[in-house]
Unconditional design. Structure first.
Length: 661
């Protein structure tokens, strides 16, 4: 069965290792990466069936990386499950819009994550193509085998040959043929016994079988059908008859059906034999290998545990009395490990007493056998335990299939309910946002009139009663007027922020280069005494709202102009660069800069990293920029260092018609 690859990208070591362990326990080949750089490298190295991605990572935004993965043709269809804080509604909506297949909030349920991953993989896998029509021929006559092979190959079949019943059963378990042609008389087990064993095998029981015989007796056909054969052919019949009957049973069996994933009971089995006696190990392994088992040897409990950590086995033979880790302790350790606890374990001992048997069974052994040079009973017990485990796995497979169907039905109902709820919540959120913005606009607008009155009357008092007021009174009035003007500036900025959120977007082709040049020219006119070197990259065309982009550049370039006031040789630049297959725009200056530990606060309202006396402002400008870029489906962030300048980066949505820089 194919082991799917799972890539887990999360900077939390606890989360990463927990999910890696969960995927591996579920049968995946899992890999954990703590950064986006590691994830890019991993995706380039090998195919993965599912990607579990955190949103916030130390070297970038997980959703930006999600967009990058979707743009890459090699990974565009990769199922992606976002994993982040449940309360981050914005991340959820942004991630699903960007192309995530699912979003799981932290704290998460491991079983749910694995279940969703499996479902995403199942949906992506294409329907399997019809299997090659392979026919297994079992006959001890080399001449007749070759005659059958030639006729079947000429009819377009893929032919596999076996010269005994035992060999035929092993080949059937390995190749899963579409049909079996088996001679009735064979050395060892006969053809009827071969068919009976096939019918008892969960993986092969539906394979059509045709019994061949040289007998002309009337009871030959009855015996063949009683054994479970689908058809009966006499060897003296023409090859056209054999081909016609084979075609008939293949039609009834629906050859094109997808193969069953159930393990075959007839397939090769691996036995782990653990004993400190090299002599006994050699004898046991020789006896088991005669029956076609693959035997792995260990001379101590410690070696056995090391082997089980890297090697799967179908049965364990464990000596009770061993130096170091005893058989009883080894059994307890094996039965405590989920991945191997269900492997049948037979305890062996030279002690022929009830106490030894009780010790072995109490430790968790499935059976208890007294050591002997006669290995027939041992082999019979081994076959019985492997058969029991096989039937348990088959029943478990049936139960899991039923449970899967029930789970799919429940998930479908839940998905419909979730979609309806999500749509209702989105509509409600949009309505509340509009109400809040309208309220904010109304309140801010209504505050302007009384503030203007305060400012106006303060100015009138200073002008008309200057000869009456003493210095202290004038100072008070100046402070009142300054506070009113400061509040008016803040209200104006809040109104601008509100307008940005309420304004209808009209996208068109916008030349950002020309727009930035006009903004810098206006700044130069307002500050003719300042000498600022400007650099604007030409030809940057985007699909955007020109009014909103003008507001964004007013704030970004205005900040760059303002924060270079102390620079000996002020520089402000606007341009773009290609990063990870997308265009990133930037505004760069060599001014006051900022401490990167506060970078997360820059784009929140009223967050300022410099004193108002040194660099006046309201702390609304970058919040306005953030809202504008967000409305365009992009992302904005900043990098800088104290007294070494700052660079603000932003992207626009994939609908942008940006030229390559």
């Amino acid at each position: 069965m194919t082991r799917h690859g799972a890539l887990v990208v999360d900077d939390s070591l606890t989360v990463g290792m927990d999910l890696k362990e969960a995927f591996e326990a579920a049968g995946f080949d899992a890999r954990h990466c703590a950064t986006l750089a590691e994830a890019r490298e991993a995706l380039g190295q090998g195919p993965f069936a599912v990607l579990v991605l955190d949103v916030i990572l130390p070297d970038g935004d997980g959703i930006e990386f999600l967009a990058e993965v979707r743009r890459n043709p090699a990974t565009a269809e990769l199922p992606i499950l976002l994993l982040s804080t449940e309360t981050e509604v914005h991340d959820r909506t942004r991630g699903l819009k960007t192309g995530a297949n699912e979003y799981v909030g932290k704290p998460y349920d491991r079983a749910y994550v694995i279940g969703r991953a499996r479902e995403l993989i199942r949906r992506r896998l294409p329907a399997q193509a019809p299997a090659t029509v392979t026919v297994l021929v079992i006959d001890d006559s080399a001449t007749f085998r070759e005659e059958l092979r030639s006729a079947l190959a000429g009819a377009g079949y893929d032919v596999v040959l076996a010269k005994s019943g035992e060999e035929g059963l092993r080949v059937a378990a390995d190749r899963r043929p579409a049909a079996i042609l088996v001679d009735g008389v064979l050395p060892g087990i006969d053809g009827a016994s071969v068919i009976r064993r096939v019918r008892l095998d969960a993986a092969l029981r539906t394979v059509p079988c045709v019994l061949l015989t040289a007998s002309e007796g009337k009871g030959a056909e009855l015996r063949a059908l009683d054994a479970g054969a689908d058809a009966f052919v006499r060897k003296e019949d023409k090859m056209e008859v054999v081909l016609a009957k084979l075609a008939a049973v293949l039609r009834r069996a629906s050859v094109g059906a997808a193969p069953d994933e159930t393990a075959s009971l007839l397939g090769p089995k691996r036995i782990l034999a653990v004993d400190d006696s090299v002599t006994y190990l050699g004898a046991v392994s020789e006896a088991l290998r005669e029956d076609g088992y693959d035997v792995v040897l260990a001379r101590s409990g410690e070696e056995a545990l090391e082997l089980l950590a890297v090697q799967s086995v179908d049965c364990i033979l464990l000596d009770l009395m061993m130096p170091g880790l005893s058989g009883q302790d080894t059994c307890l350790r094996i039965k405590s490990v989920p991945t191997v606890r269900d492997v049948p374990l037979l305890m062996l001992t030279a002690l022929d007493n009830s106490d030894a048997m009780i010790q072995g069974l109490a430790a968790g052994a499935d059976d208890y056998i007294t050591k002997s040079s006669e290995f027939e009973i041992l082999k019979a017990r081994v076959r019985a335990q492997i058969r029991r485990r096989h039937f348990e796995d088959e029943n478990r497979h049936v139960r899991e299939e039923l449970l899967r169907k029930e789970l799919e039905a429940a998930e479908a109902r839940a998905a419909r309910d979730l979609a309806q709820t999500r749509a209702a919540l989105v509509d409600e959120l949009e309505r509340k946002n509009k109400e809040l913005e309208a309220f904010s606009y109304s309140v801010s607008h209504d505050l302007r009139t009384p503030l203007r009155s305060i400012d106006g009357f303060s100015q009138a008092l200073l002008e008309d009663y200057a000869d009456v007021l003493d210095a202290k009174g004038k100072g008070y009035l100046q402070r009142v007027r300054s506070a009113a003007q400061r509040m008016a500036e803040l209200i104006d900025d809040l109104l601008d922020l509100s307008r940005v959120g309420r304004a209808e977007m009209v996208r068109a082709e916008v030349d950002l280069s020309q727009l930035a040049s006009r903004v810098l020219a206006d700044l130069g006119k307002r500050n003719p005494a300042r000498a600022v070197e400007t650099d604007v990259q030409a030809g940057l065309l985007v699909d955007a709202d020109i009014r909103l982009m003008r507001v964004a550049l007013d704030n970004l370039l205005g900040n760059a102009w303002k924060f270079t006031a102390r620079s000996a040789h002020a520089k402000v630049a606007f341009g773009a660069a290609e990063k990870d297959g997308s265009v990133v725009y930037f505004v760069r200056d060599n001014g006051a800069g900022f401490n990167m530990s506060y970078a997360s606060k820059l784009f929140s309202p009223f967050q300022r990293l410099h004193s108002d006396a040194e660099f006046p402002g309201t702390g609304i400008g970058l919040a306005t920029v953030h809202r504008i870029i967000d409305r365009h489906g992009g992302r904005v962030w900043a990098e800088g260092a104290v007294d070494r300048g700052a660079t603000v980066y932003f992207t626009l949505s994939r609908s942008s018609r940006s030229e390559r820089p």
